[in-house]
Design a protein around this ligand. Structure first.
Ligand SMILES: CC(C)(COP(=O)(O)OP(=O)(O)OC[C@H]1O[C@@H](n2cnc3c(N)ncnc32)[C@H](O)[C@@H]1OP(=O)(O)O)[C@@H](O)C(=O)NCCC(=O)NCCS
Ligand SMILES: [Zn+2]
Length: 269
């Protein structure tokens, strides 16, 4: 064997050794895969399931994940695109978030009409004063006040026996009051949030209230509120003549003479 052949053989043996090492590599990888399959598969799945839950944020009111920072104004405040919640509170615990969501959806399915409670006082106040914007520019200027119904007046009305019924979605969006006056029942303060008007909410409240009394029902409203007169007309109420109206308003209501002048009364006998 000359030097040249010896060199070639050395080269061959090196390359066959090297090849031999690599020829074990596929086995190593497949062993790894078997290991991952047998031991790590469950752990792997578990981790994958948790990745999307990491960093999840839920609205504290409706459990929606469709929430955003109020930018650029406030980094610390969140706003829910679904229920309109805005505030600093946010739920980061997936389990609690999902529970809130579940309860909210259940309530959402069951839109209800219920007697309002003390806890609804502030919402009633806001609904009345939002819906009453319809009067602005329609009723005589000297009868318009801002807010239309102050808190104390609303409190007074409730103490005088006005019982409010509410339409819940599940947030309160519309109210209608009923006041027992012995031989008759008065409809008092029918208001639906402006952006919710014209979708049948007032109508459903009216039908519910009708089932609560056998007495003749009276309602008073501004002469200028032609839409409200139409609304009561659709529900069977008939407008009375001027003289009867004056008598009824003086008998069952406590309102100033000026308001009597500008009002009308409808009855459902
Ligand atoms: C009057 C009121 C309580 C009725 O509730 P609502 O949920 O809008 O009423 P509904 O959707 O059941 O009925 C709509 C009907 O009411 C009348 N109506 C009153 N306001 C309306 C509005 N803003 N948009 C559409 N319809 C209105 C229409 O006659 C309509 O009849 P139509 O369906 O034949 O068009 C509500 O519109 C409201 O809050 N208005 C402003 C305040 C007010 O006038 N209150 C009455 C106090 S006495
Ligand atoms: Zn929300």
């Amino acid at each position: 064997m000359n030097a040249r052949t010896e060199h070639t053989n050395k080269k061959k043996s090196i390359s066959s050794n090297t090849l031999g090492e690599f020829s074990h590599t596929p086995l190593f990888i497949s062993n790894c895969l078997v290991f991952v399959k047998m031991v790590g598969y469950r752990f792997f799945l578990h981790t994958i399931q948790w990745i999307p839950k990491m960093g999840r944020k839920f609205c504290p009111r409706c459990g929606s994940e469709n929430i955003k920072w109020i930018l650029p104004q406030e980094w610390s405040k969140w706003s829910c695109q679904e229920c309109g919640y805005t505030g600093p509170l946010i739920i980061e615990d997936g389990e609690i978030g999902e529970k809130i969501r579940e309860n909210y959806m259940k309530k959402q399915e069951a839109e209800t009409i219920q007697r309002c409670g003390e806890e609804d006082f502030q919402d009633i106040y806001e609904i009345i004063n939002d819906a009453a914007q319809a009067y602005k520019g329609e009723i005589p200027e000297d009868r318009w006040t801002e807010p239309y119904m102050p808190l104390e007046e609303l409190r007074h009305e409730i103490l005088e026996g006005v019982e409010f019924w509410g339409y819940y979605e599940p947030e309160l969006v519309g109210v209608m009051g009923v006041q027992d006056k012995g031989d008759v029942a008065l409809i008092r303060h029918a208001y639906v949030l402006t952006w919710k008007q014209g979708h049948g909410i007032g109508g459903k409240l009216m039908e519910k209230i009708k089932t609560q009394t056998d007495k003749p029902m009276l309602v008073g409203t501004w002469k200028a509120a032609t839409w409200a007169i139409r609304f009561y007309g659709k529900h069977g109420f008939k407008e009375v003549d001027e003289e009867t109206k004056n008598k009824l308003l003086r008998k069952y209501w406590r309102i100033p003479e000026r308001q009597i002048e500008e009002s009308t009364v409808l009855t459902l006998l």
